[in-house]
Each structure stands twice: as structure tokens, then as C-alpha cells.
Ligand binder design. Structure first.
Ligand code: NAD
Length: 321
């Protein structure tokens, strides 16, 4: 069995490798070569922790496994370690034997950023030049870095409920040599691409804040009750997702479906666009919206890739098991 410790991941995994792994598994999901298992998420009644499993099987890539972990809200304050903690376990699909154990913390951030950048690559207008961010927390910096690789963006604009966090975005824009401007929500009509990545339970971004032709990647809503954008925006947009079942149950589409504004059949897996069975964007005026809910197969895909990279680099720890 191979172990890739968390501390090795940053030096091994690139944004490009994460992009390729996530794009490939989204395509396999749409082709029904890969599927996710039902998610388990439990409040364990200890340390206020939320713990769970996300698993799946990618028959095409021969990747079987699960990510175990969750959220321990007291970690940072009491122990100086991050609150999100996860580990990926991979199994040999031919034998069921444990194959690898991989640190999942950085990989989660990279696979989430890869998902929105896959959507930008396949759905944003080719002439997109202004990117707008809603959210400025930990994950926002990963989303922005990955997004900037997809188009020759010339400007970053951003809004956050807590404006004191906006320098997190400005720093990433600076690194890329791009100007950054803090805007109010109506100012986001200037954006050609908008990424939302907040932990909000009420919509911030309204339909009136989005110009025709915009591509949105809504990445924060991954739980029942969360919401980042007005449901009416989904009715105005062509809606894509990583997995339709999750989109309508725990993603941004849950609200538009509950209000009868769209039906489950209106939501298209992004893998269909990658595979060429759906045309994707049809006009420069169309609003496209990617509802990124986060699936276990994304975690398994990046973990399987990092195992290969660790073996190639000679840093994989091998144990008899
Ligand atoms: P974080 O705590 O670092 O940042 C939270 C962000 O949400 C900040 O920008 C904060 O200002 C904003 N925010 C908080 N309350 C808000 C409110 N009521 N209205 C509007 N904005 C509000 O968290 P993070 O690590 O950046 O994660 C952000 C979200 O992304 C979380 O909800 C997390 O569950 C989700 N997430 C989704 C995926 C996925 O695959 N889709 C993966 C990882 C994280």
C-alpha cells in the first residue's frame, strides 16, 4: 500500500494535473462510466464535528475509493491545525485490496478550483476579459488562481460580505499582474465570468447583477439550505452541474427546482459538454451557470493522479498491508 502524506501534496500536484483529472472524470460520469455513491455526513456529537464519506467508482479510470473527513470547527483555535480535515483511500477495483492512503486537504481545494475552471473553459465566452468574484475566503483564492488560467483575463473585480477579506483576492490578482477592483453587487454586471464561493444561506447575487453572456460558476452551495444566487437567475440561465442528483438536492438548483422555476431535466452534466453530446454555450447573449456541488469522484481522480506523481518522484511511502 502506498501512502502520500499531506505535506508532499503541494510539491507534487499542479493545477494543470488537477484540471485534467477533474475534466476526465466529469466526462466519465456523463458517459456513465463512473458514478458516485450516496454521501454520508454525520454530526458526531463530539467537538461539534461534521464527519462523512464521499465515494465512487470510475470504471474507465479504474479508480475505486472514498474520501473520509469533514469539519472540526475548533481545530484552528485549540490545536493550530486547519478545520477541514480529510483523507482519501483508494482500493484496487480488481481485488478490493487497499491501494493508497492520500492526504486530502490541499487536494480538496485543488479539485474544487479545477471544477470551476473546467466550467469556464467549456462555457465562458472566448472573449471573456473581466472576472468577478463573490467570496474572498480560503477557497476563493484557489478558485481565482485556477480561473485565471482559462482566459486572457485583464481585470479582477470582487465583492465580499466581509470586505476586510478582499485583500485575499487582490493578492492573487497582483501575483498574476492584474488590476483588482472592489465593487458593490450591481458592479458585477461588468464581469464576463463570475465565481461564487461563500458559505451563505441566503442569496447575495441577484439576477439583475448579471449581464447577458456571463458564465457563472456557483461553488459554495454544497448543503441543503445554502444559497448564493437568486433562484430567478437559474431560470434565466442554461444550467450545468457536476452531478444532476446533487445539484437539485444540495446544490444551487435546489431552490429553483423547489420554487418550480426549473425542472431536474433542465440541468445538464458538464461532462456532456466535455464529451460533445451537448453543445454547451449557444450564443454570446446566453447566461451559462455551473452548479458545482463537489463529488467524491473528483477527490478520487486527483488522489489517483497524485499517487502516480509520488511514485514517479520517489516520495511515495510503501508499506506492507
Ligand atoms: P471560508 O470560511 O474561508 O470563507 C467563507 C466565505 O463566505 C467568505 O468569503 C465569507 O465572507 C463568506 N460568507 C460568510 N457568510 C456569508 C453570508 N451570510 N453571505 C455571504 N457571504 C458569506 O470558507 P471557504 O473554505 O472559502 O469555503 C466557502 C464555501 O465553499 C463553503 O460553503 C464550503 O462548504 C464550500 N465548498 C464547496 C466545495 C465544492 O466542491 N462545491 C468545496 C469546498 C468548499
Amino acid at each position: 500500500m502506498i501512502i502520500v502524506p499531506e505535506r508532499e501534496i503541494a510539491a507534487l500536484m499542479t493545477r494543470e494535473a488537477a484540471y485534467d483529472a477533474v475534466e476526465t472524470v466529469f466526462a466519465a460520469m456523463a458517459a456513465e462510466d463512473a458514478y458516485n455513491f450516496p454521501v454520508v455526513r454525520e454530526a458526531i456529537g463530539h467537538e461539534d464535528a461534521l464527519y462523512g464519506f464521499k465515494g465512487g467508482f470510475d470504471r474507465a479510470g479504474k479508480v475505486l475509493g472514498l474520501k473520509a473527513g469533514g469539519y472540526w470547527p475548533n481545530n484552528l483555535e485549540r490545536r493550530g491545525i486547519i478545520n477541514h480535515q480529510s483523507t482519501v483511500f483508494l482500493f484496487d477495483p480488481d481485488t478490493g485490496r487497499a491501494h493508497a492512503m492520500v492526504g486530502g486537504n490541499l487536494l480538496t481545494a485543488l479539485r474544487t478550483a479545477a471544477a470551476s475552471s473546467v466550467s469556464i473553459n467549456h462555457l465562458a465566452r472566448a472573449d471573456a476579459r473581466v472576472i468577478g468574484m463573490v467570496g474572498a475566503g480560503h477557497q476563493a483564492t484557489f478558485q481565482l488562481r485556477a480561473a485565471l488560467a482559462q482566459r486572457p483575463f485583464e481585470k479582477v473585480i470582487g465583492w465580499n460580505l466581509h470586505p476586510e477579506m478582499l485583500p485575499n483576492l487582490e493578492k492573487v490578482a497582483d501575483e498574476a499582474g492584474l488590476p483588482f477592483e472592489a465593487v458593490d453587487l450591481p458592479g458585477l454586471t461588468e464581469a464576463d465570468v463570475i465565481v461564487t464561493i461563500t458559505s451563505s444561506f441566503a442569496p447575495s447575487l441577484m439576477a439583475a447583477h448579471v449581464a447577458p453572456g456571463t458564465h457563472l460558476a456557483c461553488m459554495g452551495t454544497d448543503t441543503k439550505g445554502k444559497q448564493e444566487v437568486e433562484a430567478a437567475l437559474l431560470a434565466r440561465a442554461t444550467v450545468f452541474t457536476d452531478e444532476v442528483a446533487q445539484s437539485v438536492a444540495i446544490g444551487e438548483a435546489q431552490h429553483a427546482v423547489a420554487q418550480g422555476l426549473i425542472a431536474e431535466g433542465d440541468v445538464t452534466p458538464i461532462g456532456a459538454v466535455i464529451n460533445g453530446t451537448h453543445p454547451g454555450r449557444r450564443s454570446d447573449e446566453e447566461i451559462t451557470l455551473f452548479d458545482g456541488t463537489g463529488v467524491g469522484l473528483q477527490d478520487l481522480a486527483v488522489a489517483a493522479r497524485v499517487v502516480e506523481l509520488a511514485v514517479e518522484a520517489g516520495v511515495a511511502v510503501e508499506v506492507d498491508f
